[in-house]
Design a protein around this ligand. Structure first.
Ligand code: 2HA
Ligand code: ZN
Length: 269
C-alpha cells in the first residue's frame, strides 16, 4: 500500500522536515531512548483521498478538544525513538484525525503506531494556539537538551526572567532568535495535564518553555524554527557553563546592548 505521504508533496515535505529535526535532536544528545516528542497540525496538507482512509484504531481522549475537532496531526509514537523517527517517520509516528466532537481520534496512516503518551498535552497546546495565539502555529516540539536541563537544577535561574536574561546575554543571536523569552514551569510529572496546563500559561507570553529537571518545549509555525530556537538557547547555555568551568563568571551583554537589538531587528517587546 502507498504511504499517505506519496499522495501529497506538501505533506511529504512536512514529514521530511520532521524527520530532519528528529535526526538533529538525536545527534545533539537531546533524545535518549524515547525522550522527546513532536506533533504537527497537518490538516491543510491531507490529500483528499486520505480523508476516506479506514481507521486503524479509534482512541478516546481524556477530554474534548472541540477547537481542533476534525483536524489532522502527525505525532511521534509512544515508546518510539527519535533516532528512528529520523529515518522512518511513518513507522515511528502516526497520522491521526480528531472526530467531529474532538473527544476521540482515529489513527489513519500508515501503520498502527500509538501516539506519544503526551498526546493530550500536545493537543491542548494546539487547541490553545489555534484559539488564542495564532492559527499558523502548527508545531509542538519537546526535547531533553542536557545543558538547558542542567540550568533548571539551580533554583535562582527559575525565578522570573532570570533564565532568559542570562541566556540572552551570552550571544546576540539568542535575543534575536528567541525574542519572547523563556517560560519556566516548575517540576511536574511527565505527561500530566497539570504540566500541560502550566505550560499553556507560559505560552501566552513565550514560544519556548523550560520544564524544571526535565526538558524544553517550543511552539511555532515551522518545525525547523522550533529546533533553531532550542538550539540557539542550548549554545548560550554552553557558553555560560563553559565559562563557569573555566573558573570565571561570563560578563554577558549589557541591558543596553540587548535593548539595541530590539529596535534594530524589530523584535516583539
Ligand atoms: O516521550 O519526553 O516527557 C518521552 C518524554 C516524556
Ligand atoms: Zn520529556
Amino acid at each position: 500500500m502507498k504511504s499517505i505521504i506519496e499522495l501529497n508533496a506538501g505533506l511529504k515535505k512536512q514529514i521530511d522536515e520532521i524527520a530532519e529535526v528528529a535526526g538533529y535532536l538525536w545527534q545533539r544528545g537531546w533524545a535518549e531512548r524515547n525522550g522527546g516528542n513532536i506533533s504537527v497540525n497537518v490538516t491543510d496538507l491531507i490529500p483528499e483521498e486520505a480523508k476516506s482512509f479506514a481507521s486503524l484504531q479509534q482512541v478516546k481522549l481524556p477530554k474534548a478538544f472541540n477547537i481542533i475537532a476534525n483536524n489532522y496531526f502527525y505525532v511521534t509514537g509512544t515508546g518510539k525513538r527519535m533516532r528512528y523517527v529520523a529515518t522512518k517517520p511513518m513507522e515511528n509516528g502516526a497520522i491521526i484525525r480528531l472526530n467531529e466532537t474532538g473527544d476521540a481520534y482515529d489513527i489513519i496512516a500508515d501503520q498502527l503506531v500509538i501516539p506519544t503518551s503526551e498526546l493530550a498535552s500536545h493537543l491542548s497546546m494546539h487547541s490553545y494556539m489555534r484559539e488564542f495565539r495564532d492559527p499558523n502555529m502548527k508545531v509542538v516540539c519537546h526535547t531533553h537538551p542536557t545543558d538547558l536541563i542542567a540550568l533548571t537544577h539551580n533554583k535562582r535561574f527559575l525565578e522570573p526572567n532570570v533564565m532568559a536574561r542570562i541566556l540572552w546575554s551570552m550571544i546576540p543571536e539568542s535575543r534575536i532568535v528567541v525574542p519572547r523569552g523563556i517560560g519556566i514551569v516548575p517540576y511536574n510529572v511527565p505527561g500530566t495535564m497539570e504540566l500541560a496546563d502550566a505550560t499553556i500559561l507560559e505560552l501566552e507570553k513565550h514560544d519556548v518553555v523550560m520544564w524544571e529537571k526535565h526538558g524544553t518545549l517550543a511552539v511555532g509555525d515551522d518545525i525547523i524554527e522550533t529546533f533553531d530556537m532550542i538550539d540557539t538557547l542550548s549554545k548560550s547555555a554552553q557558553i555560560y557553563l563553559l565559562s563557569k568551568q573555566a573558573g570565571f563568571e561570563p560578563e554577558g551583554m549589557t541591558n543596553q546592548q540587548l535593548d539595541d537589538l530590539v529596535d534594530l531587528f524589530n523584535l516583539p517587546e
